[in-house]
Design a protein around this ligand. Sequence first.
Ligand code: CDP
Ligand code: MG
Length: 139
Amino acid sequence: MAIEQTLSIIKPDGVAQGLIGEVIHRFEKNGLKIRALKMIQLTKTQAQAFYAVHREKGFYDSLTDFMSSGPVVVLLLEGESAIEKNRELMGATDYRKAEPGTIRADFASSIEQNIVHGSDAPPTAQTEIAFFFNHLEKF
Ligand code: CDP
Ligand code: MG
């Protein structure tokens, strides 16, 4: 057990559905503190760079179109086991397999449009935080 930081993104579908407050409430009431936050719209090129690990996958082009289709809210979360805690609150990638009461089970509309992103491990969390936030934007 340790205090960790992780990156969350409320994806364009979550913002469009008016779920910013709902998602942030779930983070805060489950002990994840917000250390940085902003709303931005990614370009296609930026979305491709963020998801470069998936560039060989069949869903990469559609995913990066979707992620650049509207504004997103990007958050730096901190707390005890924050990476795993955030993944628990999100639920499985495929919302049909997500635990009841998770963000994806409650709100996702497809495997692609699944409301939230969350870092999957400490090294990726550090890379993803640095992708979006500089030292002046973090608290
Ligand atoms: O987001 P997560 O880490 O749970 O899943 P991922 O395997 O890292 O995939 C990244 C994102 O690609 C997912 O959140 C989905 O939006 C999308 N995806 C998809 O469109 N089709 C798939 N078969 C798998 C993932
Ligand atoms: Mg992932």
